[in-house]
Design a protein around this ligand. Sequence first.
Ligand code: C2E
Ligand code: CA
Ligand code: CA
Ligand code: CA
Length: 282
Amino acid sequence: AKAAGRNNLQFFEQGMLSAAEQLNNLEKRLRQALEQGELSLAYQPKIATDDNSLKGLEALLRWYDAELGTVPPDRIIPVAEDTGLILPLGEWVLRTACAQTAAWHREGRLAVPVAVNLSAIQLNQHDLVRMVQKILNETGLAPQFLELELTESAVMQNPERARAILQELRDLGVAISIDDFGTGYSNLAQLKRFPIDRLKIDRSFTAGVLTDSQDAAIVQAVVALAHSLKLDVVAEGVETQEQLDFIRALNGQQYQGYLCSKALGVRELERFIDSWQTQENT
Ligand code: C2E
Ligand code: CA
Ligand code: CA
Ligand code: CA
């Protein structure tokens, strides 16, 4: 028994945590980070394809932890969803993005909307609409300057319910985008009846427009679909001028991507805006 105890001890001393323990640790750290204000948001510009003007920003979650290093949102969100932490976390993201954008508006620095990502779990949160309304009131951001991004798969989990909630959000004056469009299994008949403003083409398709004829065909089809449903379309993940030219030739209205800028912290974004406006006018 003694030998087994020593083996167990060695097991832990070697730092070999089981997957469950790692997850538990991540959850604990995330909860602390949220409580202690260690999370932040970065903002990625959305640019008009026709005149390069700044059309909006997307808020993206950032977390640097001294022990864990940079933890990307693709790792944070699933843990937050599994533990229920997504509700307070999502509320924090929304409040922070709205407060920051309202401050930029008041300072006269910019006057564009901010887009916030919502998890499928938030869509099912019973008081989502009231929470959004409360945060708009508290931060003083006008509803037409808030856009909510929901993935195609989140909306298609329960299309009837989603449609009702999106309609309530739309009635507040908030805009709705369908994120990662093309990766899920949209029922186009449902989509037509959804109260939405914009489709965002997943960056996996943008990446292939010049090299993969199927990706090119999908992007063409999504832009055509958006036009015929009178929706705006945003191409995500535009990294090269050639990709932008492709989207522009189709009359896709907006793009996001490293070609223009990655997501930036508050100070960096302020510098970006100043230099972008000068560039635009020359
Ligand atoms: P998303 O909403 O599709 O966001 C776009 C992701 O693509 C972001 O990654 C962005 O940094 C990245 N990206 C933008 N331009 C380019 C490009 O030109 N090339 C490449 N390779 N990547 C580009 P990020 O910030 O790591 O976020 C990943 C995902 O995590 C997001 O995908 C979103 O689904 C989720 N997420 C991020 N923040 C939040 C949040 O506050 N709440 C929720 N629910 N989800 C979030
Ligand atoms: Ca998004
Ligand atoms: Ca996306
Ligand atoms: Ca994505």
